[in-house]
Design a protein around this ligand. Structure first.
Ligand SMILES: *Cc1c(COP(=O)(O)O)cnc(C)c1O
Length: 380
């Protein structure tokens, strides 16, 4: 059997061990420490934002921001529907109600039309949300020029879920900058990894300070263990942050490589009845994953391709199943882009994520392309 081709496996730069070694040499294996401080600083410099808080996951970051914004049991929080469940699970941790917002067809990100409709409903029903979680899907920024004024009009703060979009820009500004706070993930499948981890970024020093306090069990600054509030064990370890520092050094190279992979797929598959995730002119994505949909008039299904690739030991995945279709969230409201027509559902039914690892070789990509071509030729 050929060596497996993964969807987006970890890709080490070679600099990680130096920082890990430093942690071991100084016996700084415990959580926190110099790598954590440096990783926060280096990432903030990279995305051009003032304050960062390194955590055990991106999901933990969203949870902390929701609590900071005062989300309480029974409150409402809007969230993109076409995303990974890590975006909206933290709404449940606060016993609040998610309200799911559809995608627009031009970038697959949150639809301004659906957002308007959701706010109209909230206004009438007295269910104004405490926050709006906007996802930058598959490494492409949402359309903030349209989305932010709507949220500002209603005075509702935005959390930018940039878990998939580290290094992507919108009008030249890096993702993570567009909300009251942004979050990143360094899970194993993301563009850079710390084996597991995340970060909250914001220009509000007080907010980051408070979240830092909660993330380390809310210990009051006294010698004995004094707690006036409850907290979490959400911080990143000094060893993991060492991996992150080494990974961050290679981020721009990873983006360039992933862009090449994307461009080759687009180029080599353009005669097939497929459509790639559209890239908007204001955007420079990080090309985390190359994602395409199969045109509706074609009888090839995403599953046909996934099965054919799997037979050759190649991993591919469906597009995220929209949150409003998940059994656990099915009773919560959903607002579609057009009345009675969900774009996210269509993308899910016809979509497929292609192997996009920055370490994938040119001959490996040739093989993926060849298999996809064969599936389509069998079905003509
Ligand atoms: C990966 C991901 C998360 C969660 O990040 P973790 O670090 O795995 O907790 C949240 N939102 C999106 C869009 C993601 O892709």
């Amino acid at each position: 059997m050929n060596q497996r081709i993964y969807l987006s496996p970890p890709h080490m730069s070679g600099h990680e061990m130096k920082y890990i070694q430093e942690a071991f040499d100084t016996n700084w294996i415990a959580p926190l420490g110099p790598n954590v401080d440096a990783f926060e600083q280096e990432l903030c410099n990279y995305v051009d934002i003032k304050y960062g808080l390194a955590l055990s996951s991106g999901t933990a970051g969203i949870h902390l921001v929701l609590r900071y914004l005062g989300v309480m049991p029974g409150d409402y929080v809007f969230c993109s529907s076409l995303t990974f469940s890590g975006s909206c699970n933290p709404i449940m941790y606060q016993y609040a109600n998610p309200v799911f917002i559809d995608s627009e067809p031009d970038s697959w990100n949150m639809s301004p039309e659906a957002l308007e409709r959701a706010f109209d409903w909230a206004n009438k029903e007295n269910k104004m949300p405490k926050a709006v979680i906007i996802v930058d899907l598959y490494g492409q920024s949402a359309d903030y020029e349209k989305l932010l004024p709507i949220c500002e009009y209603y005075g509702v703060p935005v959390i930018e879920d940039a878990a998939e979009a580290l290094g992507a820009t919108y009008k030249g500004r890096k993702c993570g900058n567009f909300g009251y706070a942004g979050i990143f993930s360094f899970n194993g499948n993301k563009i850079i990894t710390t084996s597991g981890g995340g970060m909250v970024v914001s220009n509000d020093e007080g907010a980051i300070k408070k979240m830092r306090f909660w993330s380390t069990q809310a210990k009051e600054p006294v010698r004995h263990y004094e707690h006036k509030e409850f907290g979490y064990n959400y911080r990143m370890s000094n060893v993991c942050a060492g991996i992150g520092r080494g990974q961050l050094m290679a981020l721009d190279k990873r983006i360039a490589m992933k862009k090449k992979i994307y461009q080759r797929y687009v180029n080599d598959l353009n005669s097939l009845p497929v459509t790639f995730m559209p890239v908007q002119p204001n955007n420079e994505p990080n090309y985390w994953l190359t994602v395409m949909t199969i045109n509706e008039d074609c009888k090839v299904s995403p599953e046909d391709i996934m099965i054919a690739l799997e037979e050759e030991n190649i991993e591919s995945r469906p597009v995220w199943k929209p949150m409003h279709l998940q059994p656990v969230f099915k009773d919560y409201p959903f607002f579609s882009h057009l009345e009675n027509k969900s774009i996210a559902e269509k993308i899910f039914e016809r979509g497929l994520c292609l192997p996009s690892g920055s370490s994938m070789s040119s001959s490996e990509q040739s093989k993926v392309i060849e298999i996809i071509n064969i599936v389509f030729s069998d079905c003509r």
